[in-house]
Design a protein around this ligand. Sequence first.
Ligand SMILES: Cc1cc2nc3c(=O)[nH]c(=O)nc-3n(C[C@H](O)[C@H](O)[C@H](O)COP(=O)(O)OP(=O)(O)OC[C@H]3O[C@@H](n4cnc5c(N)ncnc54)[C@H](O)[C@@H]3O)c2cc1C
Length: 346
Amino acid sequence: MKIAIIGAGASGLFLANMLYGKYDFTIFNNGKIGRKILASGNGRCNIANNNLDVSKYHNNQLVNKLLVNKDKVFDEFKRLKIYLKEDSEGRLYPISESSLSILNILSKNVIDNIVDIKVTKIDKKNGKYIINNMYSGYDKVIVGVGSISSVVDKDIYKFLDGINVKFNDFKPSLVGFKVKNKIKAISGVRSKCNVSLFNGNKLVHSEDGEVIFKDDGISGICVMNLSSYYAHLNNINKPYIKIDLLNGNKYDNLESVINPKLLEYISKNNINPNDFRLDIIDTYGFENSQVSKGGIDINSLNDDLSIKSDPNMYFMGEVIDVDGICGGYNLFFAFLSAVTVFEGLK
Ligand SMILES: Cc1cc2nc3c(=O)[nH]c(=O)nc-3n(C[C@H](O)[C@H](O)[C@H](O)COP(=O)(O)OP(=O)(O)OC[C@H]3O[C@@H](n4cnc5c(N)ncnc54)[C@H](O)[C@@H]3O)c2cc1C
């Protein structure tokens, strides 16, 4: 059996390692391999999480089914000799704390199978796939091309023309928010607090964590997590972030509680420290987002991630309309979906 994998990112490389020595395969990749693996976890590669469950994902009906293969991902880490360590929040990293070490491990055996080609066309003739009118004879095509978050060339889905799948529009997720309020005076301040996203005065989601104030907006892990709920809103109606700088507590003196710059700002502007509201203009966009909501609709897929219209074509990773919050869940989904495809091939 001859297999074409499109994309040498997290899902493509992980799958390739499972195929290595067992199947004849070629990986078609546009440009630098594993670029997002390298960028992940601030270069430390937050690869998975010990608190893994479906609640960490949007569109989690599919994740729920795929989680039967969860242990197989960890078995594959062991087989590849990827040794992990856990931080206080269950996030798993390679012991080296280096994304490069993960990319080196995932690429070393399969590097010779990678060709640097942007796939723009996939045809099928006599039951075999032809890539870009040039590379032919493939029995299966497995697509792991990721999303348009943090990529320069966003015109990467041309090959989907003529393929019968539903593709949901992308929206940036795991990204900071631009706000209307003038907050330049507190740019650079970090504050551990409770943040809540409201849409039309309705609470959407709330989290504790560190907010990072910027010239024109806010960021930080808890804020990025709110953005993933924002990406899933159907009607956006005067959205705002409510920040409780006191985490639900009351103090008779705030000097040792709130960062002095921030305290000066809220005092000057008569802001209630339990209810500091920031009106959302927008997110910081795809360029700054870690993942995208959207992609191949999960209803177009069979349980083995082949498409209903063609059981020899599969999708895996972020190109599927599944996205997780921060904490290693998105890389894990890329690996989990790769394992699911592999199990289906057996
Ligand atoms: C800055 C940043 C930090 C992140 N940190 C984390 C983290 O700590 N933990 C976590 O879980 N997730 C993190 N993520 C998200 C995670 O990296 C992605 O969800 C994951 O890499 C998706 O894997 P994938 O295989 O679906 O796609 P990718 O890893 O994006 O790989 C897709 C590959 O396909 C190639 N390609 C695209 N189109 C074509 C085409 N037409 N023809 C040929 N090749 C093509 C691309 O060049 C790329 O190599 C982060 C993302 C970013 C941007």
